[in-house]
Structure formats: structure tokens, C-alpha cells
Design a protein around this ligand. Structure first.
Ligand code: CMP
Length: 147
């Protein structure tokens, strides 16, 4: 049944990953193993996703919707589909650098610290993208996609 169209949950999640910018260069096998790691959750508008100064436990990728990034109450960026956040405190073991809030209803994919580490270990090109994004944000150079 080579042409069978599967609608299993894993295939649906994998398809969603393939449409996400930071995952665009991964192979099908890498998509498959990542899809197994990532949990996709719905988020209501207004929910706080990271809180400045608090410990960070999750890395998040936006599948649908928009989130604001605020430091000291000041809006520094708006993030949309294909963009990620929460990488800084997981990489550095530091408190959250900003407060990220859902501006619309959203779908996000999350990885805990251990899953984030294995994603970086298994996908060097992806690790580079995440690190470049984090450095640009640190330098205050980037308010858009980390491509
Ligand atoms: P982290 O510090 O773990 O939690 C807050 C997140 O906000 C941070 O990781 C980044 O992912 C994100 N963030 C911080 N500064 C910026 C910025 N200038 N532009 C976009 N996102 C940012």
C-alpha cells in the first residue's frame, strides 16, 4: 500500500513540523524523530508563556498564532508561526530574559529541557539556527524570524 494516505497523529504532527521554518532543512527521518519528541498544545489568548526573571523549563515553537515579547514591560518583539522562543534560559541555565504572552489563540509545540538537549545533539544544523537566533536576540539585532 505504497500510496496509502495515512491520517495517523504522528503523520499529522510530522507534516506540521515540515511547514515550520526552523525545521525546513531537516531530513524526513529527522522530522520523524523530532515529531516524536514534540508535544503540540493549544493556548488561549492572554496566557503567559514565559515570565521574565523566572526559571525556564521549556522551549517552544509557534505553529499558529502570535505572541508578544516584553522586557521590563516594554514590547521588544512579536513572534509568529515558525518562530521559536524559550531557548535562552535553557541554553544558558539563566532566568527567562523576557515575558512572552499569547496575543491570539495559538498552537505551540513544546520541548522540555532534556528533549531540547537531545534535539540539539541530534540536529547540528538546527542547533546552529537556534544558537544564531539566541545570539541575535541577545545583541538586540533581531525582532523577526531567526533565519
Ligand atoms: P528565554 O529567556 O528562555 O525566555 C524569554 C524568551 O523571549 C527568550 O528565551 C527568547 O526566546 C525570547 N526573546 C528574548 N529577547 C527577544 C528578542 N529581542 N526578540 C525575540 N525574542 C526574544
Amino acid at each position: 500500500m505504497a500510496h496509502r494516505k495515512s491520517v495517523s497523529g504522528t503523520d499529522a504532527r510530522q507534516a506540521a513540523l515540515e511547514g515550520i521554518g526552523i525545521f525546513s532543512e531537516l531530513t524526513k527521518a529527522q522530522h520523524r524523530s523530532l515529531a516524536r519528541l514534540m508535544t503540540c498544545i493549544p493556548v488561549k489568548a492572554g496566557r503567559t508563556l514565559t515570565t521574565e526573571g523566572q526559571p525556564g523549563r521549556e522551549f517552544m515553537v509557534i505553529v499558529e498564532g502570535a505572541a508578544s515579547v516584553r522586557r521590563d514591560g516594554r514590547l521588544i518583539a512579536t513572534l509568529g508561526p515558525g518562530e521559536f522562543f524559550g531557548e535562552m534560559s535553557l541554553i544558558a541555565g539563566s532566568p527567562r530574559s523576557a515575558t512572552v504572552t499569547a496575543e491570539t489563540d495559538m498552537f505551540i509545540k513544546t520541548l522540555n529541557r532534556r528533549e531540547f538537549s537531545s534535539m540539539l545533539d541530534e540536529n547540528p544544523s538546527l542547533a546552529r539556527k537556534v544558537l544564531v537566533g539566541a545570539v541575535k536576540r541577545l545583541q538586540g539585532l533581531d525582532a523577526g524570524p531567526a533565519d
